[in-house]
Design a protein around this ligand. Structure first.
Ligand code: SF4
Ligand code: SF4
Length: 117
């Protein structure tokens, strides 16, 4: 999963200095992450450096869209397996309710982030 910079960023530059792949970019006073360069610090650090060094609570966070696209791939795989089980209906409803609630929370956060860009 790649990372993204939010409206909570205070522009301290620490993430740009510590990113091992050069994925953190700056345009004017705005920092952003080039998703094509971010590899989640895989193979270099056990934790993503941009998030680890950020002095704010959520200036740099996992990219939600990518997270959810992966989550739904996993979800569809699980549900398709459960369709053959006896309790398929129960689990399908459980997954639907869970994903809808989380998705609505994530959506409201995304709107806040995109408004700040
Ligand atoms: S997760 Fe790692 S590679 Fe990706 S932007 Fe952050 S520091 Fe750079
Ligand atoms: S470390 Fe956090 S506050 Fe500093 S520039 Fe990066 S995202 Fe912004």
């Amino acid at each position: 999963m790649s990372y993204t910079i939010t409206s909570q960023c205070i522009g301290c530059s620490r993430c740009q200095t510590h990113c091992p792949t050069g994925a953190v970019q700056k345009t004017g006073n705005t920092f952003w992450i080039d998703q094509s360069l971010c590899n989640n610090c895989a193979g270099m650090y056990s934790v993503p450096q941009c998030m680890a060094v950020c002095p704010t609570n959520d200036g740099c966070i996992p990219d939600i869209q990518e997270f959810w696209s992966r989550w739904f791939v996993k979800y569809n795989r699980l549900v398709s397996r459960l369709r053959t089980a006896e309790q398929a209906v129960y689990w399908e409803q459980w997954f639907d309710r869970y994903s809808q609630r989380i998705a609505s929370q994530i959506h409201s956060r995304q709107v806040t982030t995109e408004t700040a860009r």
